[in-house]
Design a protein around this ligand. Structure first.
Ligand code: NAD
Length: 325
């Protein structure tokens, strides 16, 4: 990229994750560097859809944006006028000059496997190629590419314009230079990229979250606690704790001077008991009906705006920032 040239990022797919990436780039990249963000999606009503649906993402607090709704609309119009934001219904044009191409289309192996060779055929040879997939590894997605060393997974934790984590998951053949350039990009943007050493189903964040979910389902299904009580327990214990220290640091602290080793010396037996009695649940086992009823009755439709506003404050507080007050 030459001096003064805008950073050209193309998003393929503008659903839940694509819109959130768009908000992230428009808020953070454009604050430090000229940006040309292109969105490609096969929706026939793409312009209306983006105009209507991107605004709520941009309404999230940001230092660089106006925060009342009419000035937000003007802001969006300005982004289109200055070509900071472009829509590209046609595929080759969307990628032909991109420095970075991020894919977040349907979670379907044949879609992704077919898409990458087409992208590869039309994009510059140095473009970074990232998939947002939750579970289709780069080694599968790159199967038909001429140069599979170009592709890796950049898995966000939803919604990426708020959540700092990015799981960087190379395939065994992804070039080290591609990994380095990817990590450098996200670090410069103040995000938290973590390189996962081997491809594994669910990567790491979802494996951890789903292990907790499995045990939570088991506890509801066996009548030990209600869904609402389990949420209260998590929100008032490990939830806030884990925003400031992950499980290893937390239990290392919990062991006092003996650290993690001391923790296991003290209560290793109880830990083992819980593991031995842990829930073994499978999707379709019959726990669904009661749990789905409980969550619908307790929560109805969850207000994700409120969730995101509070999550942002927690993150700021955990970093010692303004939300801490
Ligand atoms: N939703 C999440 O919590 C989450 C989190 C992390 C990663 N992901 C991953 O992100 C990807 C997208 O998930 P989502 O929840 O945003 O899905 P979504 O269904 O909300 O969005 C998919 C978008 O792709 C578009 N699309 C369909 N075919 C296309 C094509 N041929 N070319 C271009 N665009 C096309 C659709 O119109 C839609 O806008 C998936 O791979 C998913 O695993 C999702």
């Amino acid at each position: 990229m030459s001096q003064g040239e805008p950073l050209r990022i193309t998003l393929i797919g503008a659903g839940t994750i694509g819109l959130s990436w768009a908000a992230l780039h428009l808020q953070h990249v454009s604050a430090t560097h000229p940006l040309e963000l292109t969105i490609h999606d096969t929706r026939p009503d793409l312009e209306d859809y983006i105009t209507k649906n991107l605004l709520p993402y941009l309404l999230d607090n940001s230092p660089t944006q106006p925060n009342n709704s009419s000035s937000q609309k003007e802001f969006l119009a300005h982004l289109f006028k200055t070509e900071t934001l472009k829509l590209s219904p046609t595929f080759p044009t969307a990628v032909s000059h991109a420095h970075i191409i991020q894919e977040q289309g349907p979670e379907n192996p044949s879609f992704k496997t077919t898409l990458w060779p087409q992208i590869e055929a039309h994009c510059p040879p140095t473009s970074l190629l990232w998939s947002s997939t939750s579970g289709i590894p780069a080694s599968v997605q790159s199967a038909q590419m001429k140069d599979p060393s170009r592709l890796l997974v950049v898995h966000p934790y939803n919604p990426p314009h708020i959540m700092p984590l990015l799981e960087i998951v190379p395939s065994p053949v992804t070039a080290p230079d591609v990994v380095e350039r990817t990590v450098e990009f996200w670090k410069k943007l103040g995000r938290e990229p973590v390189v996962i050493k081997k491809e594994v189903p669910g990567f790491v964040a979802n494996r951890l979250a789903f292990a907790l979910l499995r045990e939570a389902i088991h506890l509801v299904h066996t009548g030990i606690a209600s869904a609402a009580d389990i949420d209260t327990i998590v929100q008032n214990s490990m939830g806030p704790r884990w925003a400031v220290a992950g499980p290893f640091k937390s239990y290392h602290a919990g062991g006092g001077e003996g650290g993690l080793e001391g923790f296991f010396k003290n209560i290793g037996g109880t830990v083992q008991d819980c593991w031995d009695n842990g829930g073994k649940v499978s999707v379709g086992d019959g726990w669904e009906r009661d749990l789905f009823r409980q969550t619908s009755e307790t929560y109805g439709i969850v207000d994700t705006k409120e969730r995101d506003r509070l999550t942002r404050r927690v993150l700021e507080a955990a970093r010692g920032g303004e939300g801490a007050g």
